[in-house]
Design a protein around this ligand. Structure first.
Ligand code: UN1
Length: 502
């Protein structure tokens, strides 16, 4: 029987105004869940409900909120396999990756449960006698969190867990095509002892969400917007928030470079490129865009990379594969347009396009899904679309460089700045690269994707507005510093004016 799911606001199922079928991309005829989509009014109402519930939650001592986070972590861990299996079923992410994704929620809870007993403020010396200065972290209020479906549970947890820990309420709008996974995660969170209304999940399309968010910002019920998704939508959210004098947390696209130096361990670099390029079918924001390889080792690298891609196991994500299907038909449509252009402008190494019976990929194990060939394109030039645009699909470009400075320039050229990587055995190259690259994240001898959950995650340029998620850095997104001064001198001491001359 098909699952039926709807938004949950204040602990109660909310009304839907239309439905959407979330399908299994590995067997597109299979409906994973019938999702009731809410309208803008329900989104705005959810923000009002959240605001109401937030008052009490903010007064709950932070260590107690930390215990709720601990309980969420335990529940997720106990249900890890079923949640991962659902993620695989709904978005076609290979099961091992899906399990890793669920692990990332647990890691996030592990980190923040202790933060409930820290959430430190400071005592600060005053310039006047008998006066004490303090700082406190206050919750922002209500966070509206809008997330993509390529990481339908881990990435949302990067927002939800710290936001809740800091004493905020949340209205979460997950991607429709990953709604069943999101709903399952919501239920685990809700079962942890969170008071009703503190966490709400609203399924809605882009238009209704945007309208609902605009109303909520106008009504003053939302104080922070968190968004993970495309740079295009991120820009719109940024503009909307800017009009309301808010700065959102934006985690957007990437065109992530991998530089391969002449002194690199080539096999390691090939392994890294394979995982970064084709893990999650190239649909991570941290996926590899372009390999920038030194001209002296270009031929050797390309030969090994192309044959590794040819041997990669593609197919049913429930099995042991490097790559399953694309997430959803809408991404396949966009990718089709892109590879059409590629076919007209490039000679592709190996195959490109949809995997079919007549055009199989090695020991292909899939059937009836939106599967594409993992593709490598050599000879990409800096003015090329493939060099400049995020493809969000299984395609990797290769280009060459002569000097490290030139490689850094190429790495920065597309104007994104999320993740990057360099393969080298010389630490001087690694540090020089780190200094010059615009990316928020740098890997040395490791893939562009696969960040650990307690390091700052985020990008610059077209990849985001400099906000960072994960670890202690995200606390600055979900709390606002409050400064307090307490004068016990019994007179009016005036800052700057009553200070002794030096
Ligand atoms: C994303 O694709 O939005 O670092 C996030 C990684 C994952 C997160 C990716 N831990 O690749």
């Amino acid at each position: 029987m098909t699952r039926q799911i709807v938004s949950v606001v204040g602990g109660k199922d909310a009304a839907s105004f239309t439905t959407y079928d979330s399908t299994n991309p590995a067997r597109t005829s299979e409906v994973v869940a019938r999702v009731g989509l809410a309208d803008a009014g329900t989104f705005a109402a959810a923000c009002r409900t959240a605001k109401e519930a937030q008052r009490e939650w903010a007064r709950t001592p932070a260590p107690v909120r930390g215990r709720v986070i601990a309980s969420i972590g335990r529940l997720v861990e106990a249900n890890a396999e079923s949640l991962a299996a659902l993620v695989t079923e709904e978005i076609g992410k290979p099961y091992v990756e899906a399990l890793g994704e669920v692990r990332e929620i647990v890691d996030t809870c592990d980190f923040f449960l202790g933060e409930g007993r820290r959430l430190y403020g400071q005592t600060v010396p005053s310039e006047m006698p008998d006066k004490n200065l303090f700082t406190f972290r206050n919750p922002v209020g209500v966070a509206a969190v809008i997330t993509a479906g390529n990481f339908p549970v881990a990435v949302p947890s990067w927002y939800l867990v710290p936001a809740l820990l800091c004493g905020n309420a949340v209205v979460w709008k997950p991607a429709e095509y990953a709604a069943a996974s999101a709903h399952a995660m919501y239920r685990l969170f809700a079962a942890s002892g969170l008071p009703e209304g503190v966490l709400n999940v609203v399924f809605a399309d882009g238009v209704q969400t945007f309208e609902g968010l605009e109303t909520a910002l106008e009504e003053g019920t939302v104080q922070k917007v968190g968004f993970t998704g495309s740079s295009e939508v991120g820009r719109k959210i940024g503009e909307l928030c800017g009009r309301h004098l808010q700065s959102p947390c934006l985690e957007l696209g990437g065109k992530n470079p991998m530089v391969v130096m002449p002194d690199a361990d080539l096999d390691l670099a090939v392994e890294g490129a394979l995982f970064a390029g084709f893990g999650t079918a190239g649909q991570r924001c941290t996926s590899l865009g372009t390999v920038i390889v030194h001209e002296s080792i270009h031929d050797a690298f390309v030969e090994r990379f192309a044959s590794a891609v040819e041997e990669a196991v593609v197919g049913d994500p429930a099995g042991e594969v490097l790559m399953g299907p694309l997430l959803d038909q809408k991404f396949a449509d966009r990718f089709e347009e892109f590879i059409g252009w590629i076919a007209d402008h490039h000679t592709v190494l190996g195959k490109v396009g949809k995997i079919t019976r007549s055009e199989p990929h090695g020991d292909f194990t899939g059937e009836g899904g939106i599967y594409y060939h993992p593709t490598v394109v050599d000879g990409v030039t800096p003015e090329d679309r493939l060099f400049l645009e995020e493809t969000f699909g299984p395609i990797v470009g290769v280009t060459t460089f002569r000097t490290l400075d030139e490689a850094i320039e190429l790495a920065n050229l597309p104007g994104y700045g999320l993740s990057s990587s360099i393969y080298t055995t010389d630490p001087r190259h690694a540090f020089r690269f780190r200094e010059g690259v615009s990316a928020g994240m740098v890997s040395v001898n490791n893939s562009t994707s696969g960040a650990e959950a307690h390091l700052p995650f985020g990008g610059n340029g077209k990849s985001g507005n400099g906000s960072r998620q994960s670890g202690m850095w995200v606390l600055d997104q979900f709390t606002r510093w409050q400064a307090m001064n307490w004068d016990h001198s019994g007179r009016l001491q005036k800052a700057q004016m009553d200070v002794a001359d030096i």
